[in-house]
Ligand binder design. Sequence first.
Ligand SMILES: NC(=O)c1ccc[n+]([C@@H]2O[C@H](COP(=O)([O-])OP(=O)(O)OC[C@H]3O[C@@H](n4cnc5c(N)ncnc54)[C@H](O)[C@@H]3O)[C@@H](O)[C@H]2O)c1
Length: 250
Amino acid sequence: MKLENKVAIITGGGTGIGKKTALLFANEGAKLVITDINEESGRKTVDEIKALGSEGIFIKHDVSNEEDWKQVINETINHFSTIDVLFNNAGIYIIKPLVETELEEWNRLMSINVTGVFLGMKHAVPVMAKQKSGSVINASSVAGLNGAPGHVLYGASKGAVRIMTKYIAMEYANTGVRVNSIHPGYIETAMANYASEQTGHSKEELDKTYPLGRMGKPEEVAKMVLFLASDDASFSTGAEFVIDGGATVN
Ligand SMILES: NC(=O)c1ccc[n+]([C@@H]2O[C@H](COP(=O)([O-])OP(=O)(O)OC[C@H]3O[C@@H](n4cnc5c(N)ncnc54)[C@H](O)[C@@H]3O)[C@@H](O)[C@H]2O)c1
Protein backbone atom coordinates (compact mmCIF):
# COMPACT_ATOMS: atom_id res chain seq x y z
CA MET A 1 0.00 0.00 0.00
CA LYS A 2 1.31 3.39 -1.00
CA LEU A 3 0.25 5.35 2.10
CA GLU A 4 0.45 2.76 4.86
CA ASN A 5 -0.05 4.49 8.24
CA LYS A 6 0.39 7.93 6.69
CA VAL A 7 -1.82 10.69 8.09
CA ALA A 8 -3.52 12.86 5.49
CA ILE A 9 -5.61 15.99 5.87
CA ILE A 10 -8.03 16.59 3.00
CA THR A 11 -9.95 19.86 2.96
CA GLY A 12 -13.33 19.91 1.24
CA GLY A 13 -13.39 16.11 1.61
CA GLY A 14 -17.19 15.90 1.69
CA THR A 15 -17.76 15.72 -2.06
CA GLY A 16 -16.17 15.61 -5.50
CA ILE A 17 -12.41 15.27 -5.93
CA GLY A 18 -11.73 15.50 -2.19
CA LYS A 19 -14.06 12.62 -1.39
CA LYS A 20 -12.75 10.31 -4.13
CA THR A 21 -9.19 11.07 -3.02
CA ALA A 22 -10.09 10.29 0.60
CA LEU A 23 -11.51 6.89 -0.35
CA LEU A 24 -8.51 6.05 -2.54
CA PHE A 25 -6.14 7.10 0.27
CA ALA A 26 -8.09 4.92 2.72
CA ASN A 27 -7.68 1.94 0.39
CA GLU A 28 -3.95 2.68 0.31
CA GLY A 29 -3.65 2.49 4.11
CA ALA A 30 -3.85 6.19 5.08
CA LYS A 31 -5.50 7.59 8.20
CA LEU A 32 -7.71 10.48 7.17
CA VAL A 33 -8.65 13.84 8.61
CA ILE A 34 -11.58 15.02 6.54
CA THR A 35 -12.50 18.67 6.82
CA ASP A 36 -15.36 20.50 5.17
CA ILE A 37 -17.61 23.47 5.78
CA ASN A 38 -20.50 21.08 5.09
CA GLU A 39 -20.74 18.84 8.14
CA GLU A 40 -23.20 16.32 6.72
CA SER A 41 -21.23 15.41 3.61
CA GLY A 42 -17.91 15.45 5.49
CA ARG A 43 -19.20 13.01 8.10
CA LYS A 44 -20.55 10.77 5.35
CA THR A 45 -17.09 10.54 3.80
CA VAL A 46 -15.69 9.49 7.19
CA ASP A 47 -18.38 6.80 7.49
CA GLU A 48 -17.31 5.45 4.10
CA ILE A 49 -13.63 5.54 5.12
CA LYS A 50 -14.46 3.49 8.21
CA ALA A 51 -16.53 1.06 6.13
CA LEU A 52 -13.36 0.43 4.11
CA GLY A 53 -11.64 -0.57 7.36
CA SER A 54 -9.54 2.57 7.68
CA GLU A 55 -9.39 5.28 10.33
CA GLY A 56 -10.86 8.73 9.84
CA ILE A 57 -12.10 11.76 11.75
CA PHE A 58 -14.19 14.70 10.60
CA ILE A 59 -13.52 18.32 11.60
CA LYS A 60 -15.90 21.10 10.59
CA HIS A 61 -13.67 23.68 9.00
CA ASP A 62 -13.87 26.90 7.07
CA VAL A 63 -10.51 27.03 5.26
CA SER A 64 -10.59 30.85 5.22
CA ASN A 65 -10.55 30.96 9.04
CA GLU A 66 -7.14 30.81 10.78
CA GLU A 67 -8.57 29.70 14.15
CA ASP A 68 -10.25 26.77 12.38
CA TRP A 69 -6.90 25.82 10.85
CA LYS A 70 -5.19 25.86 14.26
CA GLN A 71 -7.91 23.53 15.52
CA VAL A 72 -7.49 21.17 12.54
CA ILE A 73 -3.73 20.94 13.10
CA ASN A 74 -4.08 20.46 16.88
CA GLU A 75 -6.79 17.81 16.56
CA THR A 76 -4.80 15.96 13.90
CA ILE A 77 -1.70 15.87 16.09
CA ASN A 78 -3.71 14.90 19.20
CA HIS A 79 -5.44 12.10 17.33
CA PHE A 80 -2.77 10.77 14.97
CA SER A 81 0.52 12.36 16.26
CA THR A 82 1.73 13.47 12.83
CA ILE A 83 0.79 15.10 9.49
CA ASP A 84 2.25 13.41 6.43
CA VAL A 85 0.02 14.76 3.66
CA LEU A 86 -2.05 17.92 3.21
CA PHE A 87 -4.39 18.09 0.21
CA ASN A 88 -5.52 21.71 -0.01
CA ASN A 89 -8.56 20.79 -2.09
CA ALA A 90 -11.46 22.96 -0.85
CA GLY A 91 -12.45 25.62 -3.33
CA ILE A 92 -15.36 27.43 -4.90
CA TYR A 93 -16.04 28.43 -8.49
CA ILE A 94 -17.56 31.61 -9.90
CA ILE A 95 -17.86 32.32 -13.63
CA LYS A 96 -18.57 36.00 -14.33
CA PRO A 97 -17.43 38.66 -16.76
CA LEU A 98 -15.05 41.29 -15.37
CA VAL A 99 -17.53 44.14 -14.91
CA GLU A 100 -20.16 41.91 -13.29
CA THR A 101 -17.74 40.56 -10.70
CA GLU A 102 -18.58 42.23 -7.39
CA LEU A 103 -15.85 43.09 -4.90
CA GLU A 104 -17.68 41.06 -2.25
CA GLU A 105 -17.59 37.97 -4.49
CA TRP A 106 -13.92 38.62 -5.25
CA ASN A 107 -13.04 38.81 -1.55
CA ARG A 108 -15.08 35.73 -0.66
CA LEU A 109 -13.64 33.51 -3.38
CA MET A 110 -10.09 34.71 -2.70
CA SER A 111 -10.51 34.05 1.03
CA ILE A 112 -11.36 30.40 0.31
CA ASN A 113 -9.29 29.55 -2.77
CA VAL A 114 -6.16 31.55 -1.93
CA THR A 115 -6.16 32.42 1.79
CA GLY A 116 -7.35 28.88 2.57
CA VAL A 117 -4.33 27.36 0.80
CA PHE A 118 -1.94 29.91 2.36
CA LEU A 119 -3.26 29.17 5.88
CA GLY A 120 -3.11 25.42 5.33
CA MET A 121 0.54 25.62 4.32
CA LYS A 122 1.35 28.14 7.07
CA HIS A 123 0.12 25.78 9.79
CA ALA A 124 0.90 22.32 8.38
CA VAL A 125 4.26 22.78 6.65
CA PRO A 126 6.23 23.68 9.82
CA VAL A 127 4.94 20.47 11.44
CA MET A 128 6.08 18.48 8.39
CA ALA A 129 9.45 20.28 8.32
CA LYS A 130 10.03 19.40 11.97
CA GLN A 131 9.45 15.71 11.20
CA LYS A 132 11.60 16.14 8.05
CA SER A 133 9.01 14.76 5.65
CA GLY A 134 5.68 15.64 4.16
CA SER A 135 3.79 16.26 0.96
CA VAL A 136 1.46 19.15 0.19
CA ILE A 137 -0.79 19.04 -2.86
CA ASN A 138 -2.55 22.26 -3.76
CA ALA A 139 -5.64 22.25 -6.02
CA SER A 140 -5.10 24.76 -8.80
CA SER A 141 -6.75 24.34 -12.22
CA VAL A 142 -6.12 24.79 -15.93
CA ALA A 143 -7.67 28.19 -15.13
CA GLY A 144 -4.44 28.95 -13.26
CA LEU A 145 -2.43 28.34 -16.43
CA ASN A 146 -4.40 29.79 -19.34
CA GLY A 147 -6.93 32.55 -19.92
CA ALA A 148 -10.64 32.14 -20.71
CA PRO A 149 -13.58 34.56 -20.80
CA GLY A 150 -15.52 34.88 -17.55
CA HIS A 151 -12.71 33.58 -15.40
CA VAL A 152 -10.90 36.65 -14.07
CA LEU A 153 -11.73 35.85 -10.45
CA TYR A 154 -11.41 32.06 -10.42
CA GLY A 155 -8.36 32.20 -12.72
CA ALA A 156 -6.62 34.77 -10.51
CA SER A 157 -7.19 32.56 -7.48
CA LYS A 158 -5.85 29.44 -9.19
CA GLY A 159 -2.88 31.36 -10.61
CA ALA A 160 -2.09 32.44 -7.05
CA VAL A 161 -2.24 28.82 -5.89
CA ARG A 162 0.15 27.81 -8.67
CA ILE A 163 2.79 30.39 -7.73
CA MET A 164 2.39 30.06 -3.94
CA THR A 165 3.13 26.37 -4.44
CA LYS A 166 6.45 27.17 -6.10
CA TYR A 167 7.50 29.70 -3.43
CA ILE A 168 6.78 27.40 -0.52
CA ALA A 169 8.37 24.44 -2.34
CA MET A 170 11.58 26.50 -2.55
CA GLU A 171 11.35 27.92 0.98
CA TYR A 172 11.17 24.36 2.34
CA ALA A 173 13.18 22.50 -0.31
CA ASN A 174 15.88 21.36 2.13
CA THR A 175 13.47 20.17 4.82
CA GLY A 176 12.03 16.99 3.30
CA VAL A 177 8.71 18.70 2.52
CA ARG A 178 7.48 18.58 -1.09
CA VAL A 179 4.84 20.99 -2.39
CA ASN A 180 3.15 20.55 -5.78
CA SER A 181 0.06 21.84 -7.56
CA ILE A 182 -2.50 19.98 -9.65
CA HIS A 183 -4.24 21.52 -12.65
CA PRO A 184 -7.40 19.69 -13.67
CA GLY A 185 -9.60 20.60 -16.61
CA TYR A 186 -13.33 20.06 -16.12
CA ILE A 187 -13.93 17.11 -13.84
CA GLU A 188 -17.38 15.57 -13.40
CA THR A 189 -18.40 17.09 -10.07
CA ALA A 190 -20.82 19.80 -8.95
CA MET A 191 -18.36 22.33 -10.41
CA ALA A 192 -18.69 21.01 -13.96
CA ASN A 193 -22.49 21.02 -13.57
CA TYR A 194 -22.27 24.67 -12.52
CA ALA A 195 -20.07 25.43 -15.55
CA SER A 196 -22.62 23.78 -17.82
CA GLU A 197 -25.44 25.91 -16.33
CA GLN A 198 -23.46 29.15 -16.45
CA THR A 199 -22.14 28.76 -19.99
CA GLY A 200 -25.31 27.24 -21.44
CA HIS A 201 -23.25 24.35 -22.87
CA SER A 202 -24.49 20.82 -22.21
CA LYS A 203 -22.18 18.25 -20.68
CA GLU A 204 -21.85 16.62 -24.11
CA GLU A 205 -20.78 19.94 -25.63
CA LEU A 206 -18.21 20.46 -22.87
CA ASP A 207 -16.96 16.89 -23.41
CA LYS A 208 -16.26 17.70 -27.07
CA THR A 209 -13.97 20.61 -26.14
CA TYR A 210 -11.43 18.09 -24.79
CA PRO A 211 -8.99 16.38 -27.19
CA LEU A 212 -9.66 13.08 -25.38
CA GLY A 213 -13.38 13.64 -26.09
CA ARG A 214 -14.59 13.87 -22.51
CA MET A 215 -14.22 15.60 -19.18
CA GLY A 216 -12.21 13.96 -16.42
CA LYS A 217 -13.50 11.92 -13.49
CA PRO A 218 -12.73 12.70 -9.86
CA GLU A 219 -11.22 9.21 -9.51
CA GLU A 220 -8.65 10.12 -12.16
CA VAL A 221 -7.58 13.23 -10.26
CA ALA A 222 -7.43 11.18 -7.04
CA LYS A 223 -4.83 8.88 -8.64
CA MET A 224 -2.62 11.86 -9.47
CA VAL A 225 -2.96 13.17 -5.93
CA LEU A 226 -2.05 9.72 -4.60
CA PHE A 227 1.11 9.73 -6.71
CA LEU A 228 2.12 13.15 -5.35
CA ALA A 229 1.28 12.20 -1.77
CA SER A 230 3.34 9.00 -1.92
CA ASP A 231 7.08 8.40 -2.05
CA ASP A 232 6.66 7.62 -5.76
CA ALA A 233 6.89 11.40 -6.28
CA SER A 234 10.06 11.73 -4.17
CA PHE A 235 11.84 13.88 -6.81
CA SER A 236 8.93 16.23 -7.56
CA THR A 237 8.50 19.56 -5.84
CA GLY A 238 7.32 23.00 -6.96
CA ALA A 239 5.86 21.38 -10.06
CA GLU A 240 2.57 21.69 -11.97
CA PHE A 241 0.71 18.45 -12.64
CA VAL A 242 -1.78 18.94 -15.46
CA ILE A 243 -4.72 16.53 -15.81
CA ASP A 244 -6.93 17.90 -18.56
CA GLY A 245 -7.41 15.39 -21.39
CA GLY A 246 -5.01 17.40 -23.54
CA ALA A 247 -6.91 20.70 -23.27
CA THR A 248 -3.86 22.89 -22.61
CA VAL A 249 -1.47 21.17 -24.99
CA ASN A 250 -1.02 24.26 -27.14
N1 LIG B 1 -14.40 19.94 -10.87
C1 LIG B 1 -13.64 20.62 -11.70
O1 LIG B 1 -13.95 20.74 -12.90
C2 LIG B 1 -12.34 21.25 -11.22
C3 LIG B 1 -11.40 21.65 -12.20
C4 LIG B 1 -10.22 22.24 -11.78
C5 LIG B 1 -9.97 22.44 -10.44
N2 LIG B 1 -10.89 22.06 -9.52
C6 LIG B 1 -10.59 22.33 -8.11
O2 LIG B 1 -10.62 21.12 -7.37
C7 LIG B 1 -11.07 21.37 -6.03
C8 LIG B 1 -12.23 20.45 -5.71
O3 LIG B 1 -13.27 20.69 -6.63
P1 LIG B 1 -14.56 19.76 -6.77
O4 LIG B 1 -14.91 19.75 -8.20
O5 LIG B 1 -14.37 18.49 -6.06
O6 LIG B 1 -15.65 20.70 -6.03
P2 LIG B 1 -16.91 20.34 -5.13
O7 LIG B 1 -17.74 21.57 -5.14
O8 LIG B 1 -17.50 19.03 -5.52
O9 LIG B 1 -16.24 20.16 -3.68
C9 LIG B 1 -15.68 21.23 -2.98
C10 LIG B 1 -15.79 20.94 -1.50
O10 LIG B 1 -15.21 22.06 -0.78
C11 LIG B 1 -16.06 22.38 0.30
N3 LIG B 1 -15.88 23.78 0.68
C12 LIG B 1 -16.34 24.89 0.04
N4 LIG B 1 -16.00 25.98 0.72
C13 LIG B 1 -15.30 25.58 1.80
C14 LIG B 1 -14.66 26.25 2.88
N5 LIG B 1 -14.71 27.59 3.00
N6 LIG B 1 -14.01 25.52 3.82
C15 LIG B 1 -13.99 24.16 3.72
N7 LIG B 1 -14.57 23.47 2.74
C16 LIG B 1 -15.22 24.17 1.79
C17 LIG B 1 -17.47 22.07 -0.21
O11 LIG B 1 -18.40 21.93 0.85
C18 LIG B 1 -17.24 20.81 -1.02
O12 LIG B 1 -17.39 19.64 -0.22
C19 LIG B 1 -11.41 22.86 -5.98
O13 LIG B 1 -10.34 23.58 -5.43
C20 LIG B 1 -11.61 23.22 -7.43
O14 LIG B 1 -11.42 24.58 -7.67
C21 LIG B 1 -12.07 21.46 -9.88
